[in-house]
Design a protein around this ligand. Structure first.
Ligand SMILES: *Cc1c(COP(=O)(O)O)cnc(C)c1O
Length: 424
């Protein structure tokens, strides 16, 4: 029996997180044996240049020697105590120093935990119930956020998954990304009961979609006007777009920020933080309950801390950005030469390719891209040793371990792949 068959007998769909199952590319996933630097190795002996980077965390590349050493050292000192440690204070200090709007932060174990806790806190702080999110943004799998996209202004809350009480999602409204007028209208209707607006300041879960000029500013103004909490979900963008995340890049200060992915250096970590005034409501300082047996885990803190220490070094983000630009510019030039219409949305070391000739600014325009062509491209690249996210609506990530020769190799594969899929 193959490992995939064995997996399917004991794990729902054979995986522990749905997108890993390759349903969107109608295939079977690779089983990974190990990874090092920019490369991953499957159990059949194939090697790939990796642009998934564990969906974002591996910004230094896989198994960075300093991070591995920090984890080993922490492990040898005991893996969990359920008591305060120096490491969690140091990581918190680093986050507070780096992320402009965070004065206090609480460590949790995943991005999902961070967003669900931030919403509870926003509701407690404002005494209000409703939450606005945006179509195509992902904020983890907590009940509040699993609301069908595209319902527009008409309906608060249609659950996107069975098992979610209507009484809960009726408080969530999903609006089109980059549509500030829709937000204004929602607030003018229900502003007195809106606790929070949660947004990916750069969207990374419908592919990469950048905020239009004025969108984030508009969210800040409207939430200020109505006394709602503005939450930036920077689980992807935090320490990815730059040292201070998207909020530093665009110079817009949210009230609360959710972090994850990069801050764990490849171990399970999330965090939420923000203004003292709001964070002081979190137990035990305040009465908003939120806890975790393994929160602030020493292995995770050690990996995160070492990762951030390296990222803090002079010129690191410039270097990452330059490398990503070489790749993105290269792909654009090849697509032009080959006459394949595509859009590349790109910021810092994250990018997405959409097979469409129209700009992608929101979920609806992302959905207009040609997913059949993406699937062909995905397999054409895989065959040439390039591992992309197995869905047309995911971000690609470049790490510090991707060298010039990896980029050159990738561009060669892009050229051959685009030629190949054109002919089909
Ligand atoms: C990945 C992600 C999450 C969820 O984080 P998990 O650690 O998978 O729970 C939340 N928000 C955004 C923007 C993400 O990309």
């Amino acid at each position: 029996m193959s490992l995939w068959e064995r997996a399917n007998r004991v794990l729902p769909g054979g995986v522990n997180s749905p997108v890993r199952a390759w349903k969107a590319v109608k295939g079977r996933p690779l089983f990974i044996r190990k990874a090092k630097g920019p490369k991953i190795y499957d159990i059949n002996g194939n090697t790939y240049i990796d642009y998934v980077c564990s969906w974002g965390p591996m910004i230094l590349g896989h198994a960075h020697p300093k991070v591995t050493k920090a984890i080993k050292r922490a492990a040898s000192l005991g893996t969990s105590f359920g008591a305060p440690t120096r490491l969690e204070v140091e990581l918190a200090e680093m986050i507070v120093e780096a992320v402009p709007s965070i004065e206090k932060v609480r460590m949790v174990n995943s991005g999902t935990e961070a967003t669900m806790s931030a919403i509870r806190l926003a509701r407690a702080y404002t005494g209000k119930n409703k939450v606005i999110k945006f179509d195509g943004c992902y904020h983890g799998h907590a009940d509040d956020f699993l609301v069908k996209a595209g319902s527009g202004l008409a309906t608060f809350g249609i659950a996107a998954s069975p098992g979610i009480p209507h009484d809960l999602v009726k408080h969530t409204l999903s609006l089109p990304y980059n549509d500030i007028e829709a937000v204004e209208e929602a607030f003018s209707r229900s502003g007195e009961d809106i606790a929070a607006v949660i947004v990916e300041p750069v969207a990374g879960n419908m592919g990469v979609v950048l905020p239009k000029e004025g969108f984030l500013e508009g969210l800040r103004e409207i939430t200020d006007k109505y006394g709602a909490v503005l939450i930036f979900d920077e689980v992807i963008t935090g320490f990815r777009i730059g040292w201070g995340g998207a909020q530093a890049h665009y110079n817009i200060m949210p009230d609360l920020t959710c972090l994850g992915k990069v801050i764990g250096g490849g171990l399970p970590v999330g965090a939420y933080g923000g203004k003292k005034e709001i964070m002081s409501l979190v137990a035990p300082e305040g009465s908003v309950y939120q806890a975790g047996t393994l929160s602030g885990n020493p292995l995770a803190m050690a990996a995160g801390l070492q990762t951030l220490r390296i990222l803090k070094e002079e010129g690191i983000y410039k270097k990452l950005e330059k490398r990503t630009e070489e790749l993105v510019d290269g792909i654009k030039a090849i697509a032009r030469d080959e006459g394949v219409p595509l859009q590349i949305n790109h910021i810092a070391s994250m990018f997405s390719i959409f097979f469409t000739d129209e700009p992608v600014n929101d979920y609806n325009s992302a959905l207009k891209s040609n997913t059949d062509l993406f699937i062909k491209y995905f397999y054409a690249m895989l065959k040439r040793g390039i591992y992309l996210a197995p869905s047309a609506f995911e971000a690609s990530f470049v790490s510090l371990a991707h060298r010039k020769k990896d980029i050159d190799y990738t561009l060669k594969a892009v050229k051959e792949s685009l030629k190949e899929i054109k002919e089909i």
